[in-house]
Structure formats: structure tokens, C-alpha cells
Design a binder for this molecule. Structure first.
Ligand code: BGC
Length: 731
């Protein structure tokens, strides 16, 4: 819901501003770790007591705008009481945390959930997350991450919606709507923070925190739109990125924070730094020292400083010297206070701080059911040779691999507060779905990254005695997330060796892949009869896997990232610009390809099988031309020739045949998930207008260019035959 300022709040904010000292103003711009209720209180308890006292003292002195990554309603009230009753002006603090994909109930990692191609699902899981997070004494989450990840070496792709901008926009907006709900002032509304602004996913070589060299066109067409979508959905905060963009750090980037965000987009909310990002301007070599870094960040438009303490230490002197005008300081403080007002904190400082709500478990079952549904809706069936899946319940099953019984790698990165006592692992899920006495032989085979003595022998014996192997392999959880970049996006060698040995028995293998990014599957894993991509699915992992394995749920998810043949193809994404030497059979060897591999994906963006058998009719356009101000209907008929009902993700792709800048080979411009009963056919239509064809043109303006276009309605980004149409120039 887009935010509208309330005049009564404005008057109140002005009256506060008039009474604030410079220190108190600067205090509102500080975001610090919540040491009163830290999320890992058992670590160094003595230091915690001391730090808690220090933090409360800072709150009392009016030097804290927000605290983050602490949790608990009762202690939250204590903090707020100090702010409201013991600080001079009684301004409440915002209580924030990284609540990314679930609070107590953990939902799939955002990348996995994007595979559902169901933004409504993400909206529902974000809503449930907000209900639990606000019950635990939080007002504000540092989510959603809306970074577009075109390089799978980068570990933080797990936090976003994958490689595609259209899909990314849909999920960004849905998550903001879900977190914030209908009414920002409601006690269960959680303030959203799209991050990391901007182009964080474009770090060179996929190495976290690395530099970004990017064209204006790619920045605007690929990386910025999900932020705009999040703001249009009502987000009132944004977090800056650690990286520089073409030499200017994002956290001190006036073109980005000033000209674009405030100017062009008119963003009314607060800009918060990432963790110590202002301090890092010195390490970047963009600021000489702490004072200089403060000036550069603040002057560029960074309102709130997280954790470095730089603003508190240096802004007062910068105001005193006139280098920072008081009016500019007031503007930043006004924005922070406006956000506090917008969520009702100035009226009710104790909103979202109700210990009774925190212990209320009445929503638990509903959230668990949602977590199970979200998890199975995120599982992608890559391959299913000979319809090996779904399995019969009377099959003799060997569940093999380090993820079979594991409980430490279910949640995925950035889960700080999950209720681990309620997690369901793969073995538990399968057993719950099987009758007592069914044959399920469980063998680890190896550890995550090392061989186990006798492990392979035991696994081979189990495989020999089974009708089918469920091979639970993949990336340990800590391989994805912040600072977890990889050069080779493959399985650890010990797991690959296990896969080879098990496959050599000849027993059919279903791979249950655990992953926080697209992987370059090798050998026996790549060649298994069936592959299910299970990401990190959260609390209900085991039940969701069992639902799909035994066919209680027909998989319906699609890849939000391309699976390459080889790590060396990175960055690899389906919507790359056209080359002058594409890989076509007519070309000689002087074409865009690798010596070892074709220039294709092993499994492309949008790919995913179901337990149905869906056939696509030809893509047709209602007319050969789209008038400049008109609309054009593009449609295709899909038919389920299988014997099981299924949900199919029907995708619309477009290609601009000639452009003033080289255009992507295809771009997703629409998708729809449709339910198809056996034998049912359905016409799926999309309506296009000029806006769908727009991009950043060679002259820097945004708009469409008349000419020929291709349109595909297809089951993935690498299939289908296009229909042609023409965009006519303005009459
Ligand atoms: C991450 C952010 C996160 C922040 C606060 C940083 O290291 O980059 O995504 O919100 O820490 O925990």
C-alpha cells in the first residue's frame, strides 16, 4: 500500500524537531546492534550484561534511532520504556532484525520460493513471517533482498529471486506487501527494507563485496526495477549496498541516492546503510578518514548509519562547521520520524511489544501448513527419466547421503530465530509418509565435506538391496549467503564420490539436491534418472520432499536461475544480449561458444517438469501489428495429455529484433500458473502494450522502439517457436 503522509504527524514531527539538540537529531540516525536481547545470548553472557547496560544508557541519552537483531517482546518493552520515559524527548526506538524467510517457522530460502513462480505464495509467507516477527517484538525487517543474481558464484543469490528482473519485480512487490500488510499501523505490520541498493548482485566475478562495473542501461533495465517495484508496493526503507558502482560506493553515491532515488523516483522513506558501509568508505579509498566518510555518505543521501557510530561521532562537528547544513540534517531526521509515525510508533510506542502475543501459539499450525505448502511448491523436478517419480509407497528405498538425517542444513542462510525443535528432516518426512514396516534404509555414506570410514561400502550395500535410491546430496548451508562466493559451483568431492559409487550399482537414483544457487551438476548426479532441486526448504523440509516423492503433490516449480554445464560459464543467464556470432549450426568454429561446452544451459531458466504431460500449441498473436498506443493479445493453448492433474507455469517471452542497444535474446514478460486436469486444455492469453517493450535506449531515455518482435508462450526460456509482430510508430 503506497504511503501517504498524515498532516497531524507532520505537525508533531516539526514540534519535536524544534526541540531537539543536534546530538538528539543525530541520535535518530543511528542503528546499533541490540545487545539488550541479542539473538545468541548464550555467547559470552557476561559481556552481554555489560553491553546491555551500555545500550540502554545510549537509549536514555537519545542517541539511538533503532536497534537490530535482538528479539523478545518483554525485553523490547523494557527498551522502549527507557526510550519513552527516561529519554528527554521520549522518542521511541525502532526494533529491527534480519527476518528474511521466516521467524520461528522457517519458509524456503527466497531463491527457492521464487521457483514457485507464485508471488502470492511469497506474499503469504511474508505475512506469516511478519505476524511471528512482530509478536517477537520487532517493527522492522531488513528484507526483502531484491538483488538480481546473474552470477551463480555469488552466495547471496540465495536471498533474492534469481536472475530475472520481471520475476524479481513480482517477488519484490509481493514480499513488501506481505511484510507490511494492509495497514502499516497494525501491530502485526512489519516494515520492509528492499536491499541492497544497488547492483550488489553484479559484483565482479561473483565475489561478495567486489567492485561493480556496469552500463547505465544494464543498471536501469536489470538491477533497479525490483527496487522500484518494492517502493511502488509501499516500502518505506531501503538499505544501501557494500559495493561501488563504476568507482563510486553505493553508500555514498549521490547519483543513486539523491538524483535517482529522491529526485526521479520521489522516494519518501529512509535510506539505511548496510552494516558499517559508511565506515568502509575509508577501506574503499573513497574517503580519507572517519570524518570524511561521514560527510560523503551523509551528503550523498544516506540517512541512517548502521553500527559504525560514524554519524554519532562526526555529524555534530560537521553541522557545527557548516559543512553539513542544519536543514539537511533536519530532512534526514524528519524522514526517520515520519517512518516511526507511519507505523504508529509515536502514538503507541509499545506496539508489537506484547508478551502475551509472543507466547500465543494459535497460529502455529496454520504457519506450519503454509511452510509445507510453500516448500513443496518450491521443489523443481529437473528430470524424470522413465517416469521414475513418483515412487510407489511399497518400493524398497535406500535414502543415502549426508542430508538424509541432517538437521543443521534445513533452513538455509539468514535464519536467526527459527524454532529448531519443530524442524522435520528428510528421513522424518519420508517415514511419516510411509506405513509402518515399509522398507526405508538410511545411510549417510559420507559427511558433508569428507569421506566416512566404511561410508561408501554401506551406501553401496543399501543401494544394492533397494529398488530405488534417494540420494540426498548438495551444498552445505554455509556455502551460500553473505561472503560465501564460490569459484566452482559443484558438489564437495566426497559427495560426488558417493554419488558415483551408488550409481555404479545400477539401482535407479533420484537426486534430492540441496542448494542455495544453481549448480553445475557433474557425473552421476547429472546423469541420475531423476533430479529434484530442493534448495533449503525450511522447517517442513522432510514433509515437503515426501509429498513430491510419493506424488501427493505434483511438482510445479520452475528454475529462477539457469543451471550451467560448467562453473566456467559464469556469469550465465538466459536473457543475455545477442552476439554477432551466435552458435548456429551454419557457423564455423568462430562462434560464441566454449571449447568444452555449447553456449547453453544444462537446465535453462524457467525449466521444470510436472507429473502431468503438458503440450503447448503454437503461439499466436491476435494481429500482425501493435499500434503505438494499442494492445495486442498473444495466446497459446496448453493441454494436459497426462493422467494426473498438474499445475503448469506458462511463460511469455519477448525479443526485440532490432534495437538502438543490442537486445537480450529473450526476456520474460509474463507468467501464469494454471491448473490442468488430465485431458484438459486451456487457452492462456497475455495482453501486451508498448510498456512491455520498453528499455533504456541508446540515448538514455526509457521507451520502446518501433519494429519487429518475437513472442513465445513456452514452458521455459529455451523452448517454443515464436510468433512475430510489429510495433508501429506513433500515428
Ligand atoms: C548484510 C545485510 C544485513 C546486515 C544487518 C550485513 O552484513 O549485508 O544484508 O541486513 O548485515 O545484519
Amino acid at each position: 500500500m503506497p504511503y501517504e503522509a498524515n498532516p497531524a504527524d507532520d505537525a508533531r514531527i516539526e514540534s519535536l524537531l524544534a526541540r531537539m539538540t543536534v546530538e538528539e537529531k543525530v541520535g535518530q540516525l543511528g542503528v546499533f546492534a541490540d545487545m539488550v536481547r541479542p539473538f545468541a545470548p548464550d555467547v559470552n553472557p557476561e559481556a552481554n550484561v555489560r553491553n546491555a547496560a551500555e545500550v540502554l544508557e545510549q537509549v536514555r541519552a537519545g542517541r539511538v534511532g533503532a536497534l537490530f537483531n535482538g528479539v523478545g517482546a518483554a525485553q523490547g518493552r523494557q527498551i522502549q520504556r527507557v526510550a519513552v520515559e527516561e529519554s528527554r524527548l521520549g522518542i521511541p526506538v525502532l526494533l529491527a532484525a534480519d527476518v528474511i524467510h521466516g521467524m520461528r517457522t522457517v519458509f524456503p530460502i527466497p531463491l527457492g520460493e521464487a521457483a514457485s513462480f507464485e508471488p502470492e505464495l511469497a506474499e503469504r509467507t511474508a505475512r506469516a513471517t511478519a505476524v511471528e516477527a512482530t509478536a517477537a517484538g520487532l517493527h522492522w525487517t531488513f528484507a526483502p533482498a531484491v538483488d538480481i543474481a546473474r552470477d551463480q558464484r555469488w552466495g547471496r543469490g540465495a536471498e533474492g529471486a534469481g536472475e530475472d528482473t520481471f520475476l524479481g519485480c513480482a517477488f519484490a512487490a509481493a514480499r513488501v506487501r506481505g511484510f507490511q500488510g494492509e495497514d502499516l499501523r497494525a501491530h502485526d505490520s512489519l516494515l520492509a527494507t528492499p536491499k541492497h541498493f544497488a547492483a550488489y548482485g553484479a559484483v565482479a566475478a561473483g565475489m561478495d563485496y567486489n567492485y561493480v562495473e556496469i552500463s547505465e542501461g544494464t543498471l536501469r533495465d536489470v538491477h533497479l526495477p525490483p527496487f522500484k517495484a518494492a517502493f511502488d508496493a509501499g516500502a518505506l526503507a531501503v538499505m544501501t549496498a557494500f559495493n561501488d558502482i563504476n568507482g563510486v560506493p553505493a553508500s555514498a553515491n549521490r547519483a543513486l541516492l539523491g538524483d535517482l532515488l529522491r529526485g526521479e523516483w520521489g522516494f519518501p522513506g529512509v535510506v539505511v546503510s548496510d552494516y558499517t558501509a559508511d565506515m568502509e568508505l575509508v577501506a574503499h579509498g573513497y574517503a580519507a578518514d572517519a570524518r570524511d566518510a561521514t560527510l560523503r555518505a551523509f551528503d550523498a543521501g544516506l540517512d541512517m548509519s548502521m553500527q559504525s557510530g560514524f554519524y554519532a561521532a562526526h555529524l555534530p562537528a560537521l553541522v557545527e562547521s557548516g559543512e553539513v547544513p542544519m536543514a539537511m540534517l533536519d530532512e534526514a531526521v524528519r524522514r526517520v520520524l515520519s517512518v516511526k509515525a507511519a507505523i504508529g510508533l509515536l502514538d503507541d510506542p509499545y506496539r508489537s511489544l506484547d508478551p502475551a502475543r509472543e507466547t500465543d501459539a494459535s497460529q502455529r499450525e496454520a504457519h506450519e501448513a503454509l511452510a509445507r505448502d510453500a516448500a513443496r511448491r518450491s521443489i523443481v523436478l529437473l528430470k524424470n527419466k522413465g517416469d521414475l517419480l513418483p515412487l510407489r509407497r511399497d518400493a524398497r528405498i535406500a535414502l543415502v547421503g549426508p542430508f538424509a538425517r541432517d538437521r543443521d542444513n534445513l533452513e538455509g542462510c539468514w535464519t536467526l530465530f527459527g524454532d529448531r525443535s519443530r524442524y522435520v528432516n528428510v528421513e522424518q518426512g519420508l517415514r511419516a509418509a510411509l506405513a509402518d514396516g515399509a522398507v526405508l534404509d538410511v545411510v549417510d555414506g559420507c559427511a558433508m565435506e569428507a569421506e566416512l570410514e566404511g561410508g561408501i561400502e554401506a551406501a553401496v550395500a543399501a543401494a544394492r538391496g533397494a529398488d530405488v535410491v534417494l540420494l540426498a546430496v548438495g551444498e552445505p548451508q554455509r556455502y551460500s549467503g553473505e561472503a560465501q562466493s564460490r569459484t566452482r559451483i559443484e558438489l564437495p568431492p566426497a559427495q560426488q564420490a558417493l554419488a558415483e559409487a551408488v550409481a555404479a550399482t545400477g539401482t535407479p537414483v533420484v537426486v534430492l539436491l540441496r542448494n542455495g544457487r544453481a549448480l553445475a551438476l557433474q557425473g552421476a548426479v547429472r546423469d541420475a534418472q531423476a533430479i529434484l532441486v530442493t534448495w533449503f526448504l525450511g522447517s517442513q523440509t522432510g514433509h515437503a520432499v515426501a509429498d513430491v516423492v510419493f506424488g501427493d503433490f505434483s511438482p510445479s516449480a520452475r528454475l529462477p536461475v539457469s543451471f550451467p554445464h560448467d562453473s566456467g560459464q559464469q556469469p550465465f543467464f538466459y536473457n543475455h544480449p545477442r552476439t554477432g556470432r551466435p552458435e548456429t549450426p551454419e557457423m564455423s568454429e568462430f562462434k560464441a561458444r566454449w571449447r568444452e561446452h555449447p553456449n547453453t544451459a544444462l537446465y535453462p531458466f524457467g525449466h521444470g517438469l510436472t507429473y502431468g504431460r503438458v503440450e503447448y500449441g503454437a503461439t499466436t498473436v491476435a494481429a500482425p501489428a501493435l499500434a503505438w498506443d494499442g494492445t495486442l493479445r498473444v495466446c497459446a493453448t496448453v493441454r494436459n495429455d497426462g493422467v494426473r492433474a498438474t499445475e503448469e507455469v506458462v511463460q511469455l517471452y519477448l525479443h526485440d529484433r532490432v534495437g538502438s542497444r543490442v537486445r537480450p535474446v529473450r526476456e520474460l514478460k509474463g507468467f501464469r500458473k494454471v491448473l490442468l486436469q488430465p485431458g484438459q486444455s486451456l487457452e492462456v492469453a497475455f495482453e501486451l502494450s508498448r510498456a512491455d517493450l520498453a528499455f533504456t535506449r541508446a540515448d538514455g531515455t526509457h521507451g520502446a522502439e518501433p519494429g519487429a518482435f518475437d513472442a513465445w508462450i513456452a514452458p521455459s526460456s529455451a523452448t517454443g517457436k515464436p510468433a512475430r509482430f510489429e510495433l508501429l510508430p506513433p500515428a
